[in-house]
Design a protein around this ligand. Structure first.
Ligand code: GTP
Ligand code: MG
Length: 196
């Protein structure tokens, strides 16, 4: 009688991490998966992958497959090919396929990266949808909050922006000081599980 202790649900979720060049996508993933941080910047080329296994509760195992997507399109040139140069331009449609959640990241020290958030969100919503046709759950990350020197409070502004743009919510994060990275991931996974 009752559920067996061996009953366990396992999930594999593909989650995208997108945003402008150098905002800290790779660093957030490194922090979350390996508890590492490096000041050294090496731009991601194309896409990288990382896997985070979460013992969600006593009978739920979640595998997060994190897709770390380059902030800048990679141009691949075949200059020797007689047919001319091939441009593998915007690969995001391919990368986004079958994703069930996303983080959109910006850098709090560079306003232009926040201005680009709408563009990334738009791209996301246009290229991937849940089976029922609704947008995939997405969370906005205001990264490098360790570098914020003014203590200005943009909470209402950010809440409204999220509502308008269709983000579930936002977190101030620091990959460097390990602020809110786990919390943001937990929040996204909760929402992905709710869609299951
Ligand atoms: P692309 O792969 O080029 O799109 O960049 P990215 O978004 O993956 O950025 P990346 O994680 O490589 O970080 C860029 C730079 O910002 C690196 O020098 C990091 O050390 C630094 N950085 C990332 N996160 C933080 C943070 O939370 N705080 C501080 N102070 N620096 C950070
Ligand atoms: Mg990167």
């Amino acid at each position: 009688a009752g559920g067996s202790v061996f009953e366990c649900k396992e999930y594999l979720f593909k989650v995208l991490v997108i945003g402008e060049l150098g905002v800290g996508k790779t660093s957030i993933i490194k922090r979350y998966v390996h508890q590492l941080f490096s000041q050294h910047y090496r731009a991601t080329i194309g896409v990288d992958f990382a896997l985070k296994v979460i013992n969600w509760d006593s009978k739920t195992l979640v595998r997060l497959q994190l897709w770390d997507i380059a902030g800048k399109e990679t141009l691949i040139h075949f200059s020797h090919v007689t047919l001319g140069q091939e441009r593998f331009g915007n690969m995001t449609r391919v990368y986004y396929k079958e994703a069930v959640g996303a983080f959109v990241v910006f850098d709090v020290t560079r306003g232009s990266t926040f201005e680009a958030v709408s563009k990334w969100k738009h791209d996301l919503d246009n290229k991937v949808k849940l089976a029922n046709g609704s947008p995939i759950p997405s969370v906005l990350l205001a990264n490098k909050c360790d570098q914020k020197n003014d203590s200005s409070n943009n909470t209402t502004l950010m809440d409204n922006f999220c509502k308008e743009t269709g983000f579930l919510g936002w977190f101030e994060t620091s990959a460097k000081d390990n602020i809110n990275v786990d919390e943001a991931a937990r929040f996204l996974v909760e929402n992905i599980l709710a869609n299951d």
